[in-house]
Design a protein around this ligand. Structure first.
Ligand code: CA2
Length: 150
């Protein structure tokens, strides 16, 4: 079965545990369950992961790129957390392997500190979803599915 990767960056394991005013009270494990339901509804298998390590995220994007090239995956929904604002390595992995990537942010990064308004990933992403809360993950999965069928 063709898959969709949902990759989460640093500190997103704390979702629902700390700072509910900014990121809500839903845990990452609950987000994963909702993503699995939506992916299944769209006819795709879900591969949902979180890492606090930039290199591990790079490895996973490369893995996704190889699977996309082999027709085993349609791409990545990526909330890279703070690496969004710092990581040329993640941007290079996405563009170097031509991985269809939907960049997702739970919060509206443009309404927060100025440094969150810049993303190294947006220029290489197939689409960007910002400020819709954890619904952004569902929207990202649906966007990848729509894109793959178009
Ligand atoms: O809004 C988003 O989804 C972010 O990607 C979340 C990142 C932040 O650095 C980005 O600027 C925007 C932070 C993820 C950390 O998540 C936490 C959740 C609960 C408690 C503490 C951190």
């Amino acid at each position: 079965m063709t898959n969709i990767y949902v990759l989460n960056g640093p500190n997103l394991n704390l979702l629902g545990v700390r700072d509910p005013a900014v990121y809500g009270s839903e845990t990452l494990s609950h987000v994963e369950k909702r993503c699995a339901t939506v992916a299944d509804e769209c006819g795709f298998e879900l591969d949902f992961r979180q890492s606090n390590h930039e290199g591990e995220l790079v490895d996973w994007i490369q893995e996704a790129g190889r699977q996309v090239a082999e027709g085993q995956s349609i791409g990545v929904v990526l909330n890279a957390g703070a690496y969004t604002h710092t990581s040329v390595a993640l941007a290079d992995a996405i563009s170097g392997l031509s991985v269809p990537t939907i960049e997702v942010h739970i919060s509206n990064v443009h309404a927060r500190e100025a440094f969150r308004g810049h993303s190294y990933l947006s220029a290489v992403a197939a689409g960007i979803i910002v400020g819709l809360g954890t619904y952004g993950y569902e929207a990202g999965i649906r966007a990848l599915a729509y894109r793959a069928q178009a």
